[in-house]
Design a protein around this ligand. Structure first.
Ligand code: ZN
Length: 176
């Protein structure tokens, strides 16, 4: 028996959309290895449509997303599995203009602790400069001992107003 439909439920709307999607879906017969052998690490921002922005099709890539598109230990976990178990070789890192993390600091954790009585084990990974954080993220990928392929790692800032990617030069240090 299906649950009663509620017009105000966003999740019901998604489930309905899925029924329409599945009704036209044709099994592409792919296995789990991304066709383009690439993993994309990006912010979860709702304005960033990765497949459209990068011309990606179903099955082309792994997409790993979190708040900020930050290379955390868990992103390294996913990249390690992506490369060692599923054959990807290239890594694309994408931050973007107007990111919510630009307005946060590590104080977020302490405020959280004040409110709920325990401090989260994770860092907020807030940043003041998306470009500099892309550089740090590239460095974290390049220096990870777990990854097989670190020679094709490139980082970008996506402009949410123009849809354009700007590549970040990993070698420039803005604070000499
Ligand atoms: Zn963001």
């Amino acid at each position: 028996m299906s649950p009663p439909h509620r017009d105000d439920s966003v999740i019901d709307r998604l489930v309905d959309a899925n029924k329409r999607y599945a009704s036209e879906f044709i099994d592409p017969g792919m296995d789990a290895r991304p066709v383009l052998k690439v993993a994309v690490v990006a912010c979860m921002d709702a304005r960033l449509d990765l497949h459209a922005a990068l011309g990606l099709d179903l099955g082309d890539c792994h997409t790993i997303r979190n708040a900020g598109g930050v290379v955390t230990d868990d992103v390294i976990r996913s990249l390690t599995i992506s490369q060692r178990a599923l054959g990807t070789r290239s890594v694309v890192l994408i931050h973007h203009t107007g990111c919510g993390l630009l307005n946060l600091t590590e104080d977020f954790r302490y405020e959280l602790e004040d409110e709920v009585g325990q401090r989260p084990s994770w860092a907020v990974e807030a940043f003041k400069d998306a470009e500099q954080d892309v550089r740090q993220s590239m460095e974290r990928v390049r220096t990870s001992p777990f990854l097989l392929h670190t020679d094709d790692v490139r980082g970008f800032v996506f402009d949410v107003t123009t849809g354009l990617l700007r590549e970040i030069d990993p070698t420039i240090d803005p604070e000499p």
